[in-house]
Design a protein. Structure first.
Length: 265
């Protein structure tokens, strides 16, 4: 419990600033939503100037006045993946690679705390921070949208936040595992961040070109669809299960490897 409290204290600044970004941006977008409704025909004509494949690649498969399309376009397709990557990569690599490099890791381990308990505290901190940020990503937009008269369904927005939470955990866990295996934050961030960029490129290419649609499922973005959740109440259980399997598997492998890892290597 002491290790967890320490971890949360170290997470405060990141949680606060990233949360402010998400809440502030979401509030701004929520306040702008009535403009989309008032100018629905104009925005529809604007979107028709783009190829359908291009719109599909960025989650804009509908009208911007549709709550799900609006959220996907302005939050889920770019802002949340960026925030989730920042939080997941930094938090996932701090407990082992960064603390070892700073000479801090010897301190908690010298108190008799087991390696597993120490890393579990970090993983618990990652889960709490990502969950809080995912909630901020949807509630800021939903709350202000409701204040200005938007017909936003709270349950569907929260469900979109659940999928966003799974997406974020699926980044943090591999980063945590890479941190244990390499003992280097730079290497871990480079590898996991590089894979994320590659998956985004795969997502865009598979959406733009019909010939490359077969590679779409290889991208995490292909499993992070929030439009149908918000507009239709259709939740992708399989996609969440995939994110959960990656997260649980990554963290479990990190715990197993950390027990045996030679920290002097």
């Amino acid at each position: 419990m002491t290790a967890f409290r320490l971890e949360m204290r170290r997470n405060r600044s990141m949680l606060m600033w990233l949360g402010i970004v998400l809440l502030g941006y979401g509030a701004l977008m929520g306040a702008m939503y009535p403009i989309m409704l008032e100018n629905d025909e104009l925005f529809s004509a604007y979107m028709e100037t783009f190829p359908k494949e291009f719109l599909a690649a960025f989650g804009m498969t509908g009208l911007l006045s549709d709550p799900g399309v609006f959220f996907t376009t302005y939050v889920a397709s770019w802002l949340w993946p960026i925030i989730a990557a920042i939080a997941g990569l930094l938090l996932g690599t701090r407990a082992v690679a960064t603390d070892l490099d700073r000479g801090f890791l010897d301190l908690p381990l010298s108190t008799g705390a087991s390696r597993v308990r120490y890393l579990l505290a970090s993983i618990a901190g990652q889960v709490v921070v990502i969950a809080a940020l995912a909630l901020a990503a949807v509630l800021g937009l939903w709350a202000v949208g409701r204040l200005v008269g938007a017909d936003f369904d709270l349950v569907n927005f929260v469900l979109a936040g659940v999928l966003a939470f799974g997406f974020g955990c699926a980044i943090a866990a591999p980063a945590c595992l890479a941190s244990v295996l390499t003992l280097s934050r730079a290497t871990s961030v480079g590898v996991v961040g590089g894979v994320l960029i590659l998956m985004y490129v795969v997502f865009v290419i598979s959406g733009v070109s019909a010939d490359w649609q077969w590679i779409g499922p290889l991208s995490a973005w292909n499993h992070f669809g929030t439009t149908a959740i918000i507009d239709e109440g259709s939740f992708p259980v399989g996609d969440l299960a995939l994110f959960a399997a990656i997260a649980v598997g990554g963290w479990a492998a990190a715990l197993w490897a950390f027990r045996r890892r030679d920290l002097a290597a």
